[in-house]
Design a protein around this ligand. Structure first.
Ligand SMILES: Cc1ncc(COP(=O)(O)O)c(C=O)c1O
Length: 386
């Protein structure tokens, strides 16, 4: 089928709820995708922040193929070696205090479960999140999302969600008390324009949570799984060494096979009883094969080291672009701030066969490339921006 035929068919049979680029993806490898007409695009948006290992990494593909030959699925009603190994691997790279995994299917589901665990643990209902944070589109997560129109389209909202200003520890100190079950945040607010907070903010958060018995949740759907050059934001220098009680994950975790997870500490996990949490598909064999292989690929190919080098290189080279006033973020989660609205840059880059992302800040263009992106590929971005 040519592009027009694909577009017509998809528009006819799929609900029109996405703003799409005018391309149809047919295949991918590393940081590149090929479209239905054979054109090659450099994907610096990493398949919507999902393909951290690059498109169709051979190690991940092989693991999925081999698992598919054995058994595609059985739920948590049975034990499974592939699930046991995925959980072990994930916990082995997590901050030290996070010792248990709960698998689900997406980022929003991971956040819903994280908030449920906090409510079960504390016996309280209210949750603090931050203006500009995005946590997903199901009822509780969208109610926790104080960004743009999300809470509006998610009405009626789940009660008990309160917003605070990201980075403002004094305001939070005045707000937080023993009525709150959780404080949940994106440690780098991606969609808000790659907004960062200082390590002292995270230390302050930990203190406040400890003082009032509040559960601290890092939504690492974007920052997790090596994205910042650290396995996780939690526990890293970026967080001032602070380890949250729960980390929620999705996106990169399965290299494109849908999978989400919560990592939790002993305090929270000890309190969870049979049937408190559950999902049919969470921990399915195919997804578990993808998780283990994703983590192995990042490790074997030294992708965290690579993305740290790429960040320095990109920051240096972006100095050549007059219209760039600042670069926000860390590793492979970067916001390039322009002197003016970045939309024309985004459009022109796409015309030049380079995919990037926008954000809710008009001047900030977002990059979420595969962690294996190469310097020569960054050069193509700089040439195109010129
Ligand atoms: C930080 C963050 N949390 C949660 C979500 C929701 O994830 P999902 O779309 O897998 O439900 C997203 C998705 O973009 C996200 O960026």
């Amino acid at each position: 089928m040519n592009f027009t035929e694909i577009e017509t068919l998809e528009e006819q049979f799929q609900v029109a709820t996405y703003a799409k680029m005018n391309i149809a993806v047919e295949s991918g490898r590393g940081a590149w995708i090929w479209t239905s007409d054979g054109t090659k695009y450099l994907d610096l948006y990493g398949g919507h922040a999902v393909c951290a290992t690059g498109h169709s990494h051979p190690h991940v593909v092989r693991a999925i193929q081999e698992q598919a030959e054995k058994v595609l699925f059985y739920s948590n009603l049975v034990y499974s070696e592939i699930r046991a190994r995925a959980a072990e691997k994930l916990v082995s790279i997590a901050p030290e205090s996070l010792t248990k995994a709960f698998f689900c299917n997406s980022g929003t589901e991971a956040n819903e479960n994280a908030m449920r665990m906090a409510r079960l643990f504390t016996g309280r209902e209210k949750v603090i999140t931050f203006t500009g944070g995005f946590h997903g589109r199901t009822a509780d997560s969208i109610s926790a999302t104080f960004l743009g129109k999300y809470r509006e389209i998610g009405k009626p909202n789940v009660p008990g969600h309160v917003a605070a200003e990201f980075g403002n520890i004094e305001q939070l100190r005045a707000l937080a008390d023993k009525e709150y079950a959780a404080i949940m945040l994106e440690p780098i607010q991606s969609m808000a324009g790659v907004t960062e907070a200082a390590p002292e903010f995270f230390r302050g958060l930990r203190e406040i949570c400890d003082e009032h018995g509040i559960i601290l949740i890092f939504d690492e759907v974007q920052t997790g799984v090596g994205r910042t050059g650290n396995w996780f934001f939690g526990g890293s220098g970026l967080a001032g060494g602070v380890e949250p009680d729960i980390i929620s994950l999705a996106k990169s975790l399965g290299s494109g096979v849908p999978v989400g997870a919560c990592l939790l500490n002993e305090k929270v996990s000890a309190d969870i009883k049979t049937n408190d949490l559950g999902t049919t598909f969470g921990g399915g064999m195919l997804a578990m094969a993808a998780v283990t292989a994703t983590l192995e690929a990042i490790e074997n190919d030294r992708m965290r080291e690579n993305i740290t080098e790429i960040e320095s290189y990109l920051r240096e080279r972006l100095k050549e672009i007059e219209e760039v006033v600042a670069v926000h973020g860390k590793g492979g989660l970067l916001g390039i701030e322009f002197t003016e609205n970045c939309k024309p840059f985004h459009t022109k880059l796409l015309e030049n066969k380079i995919i990037t992302g926008t954000s809710s800040k008009p001047n900030v263009l977002r990059l979420l490339p595969p962690l294996c992106v190469k310097k020569e590929e960054i050069d193509l971005l700089i040439d195109a921006l010129r």
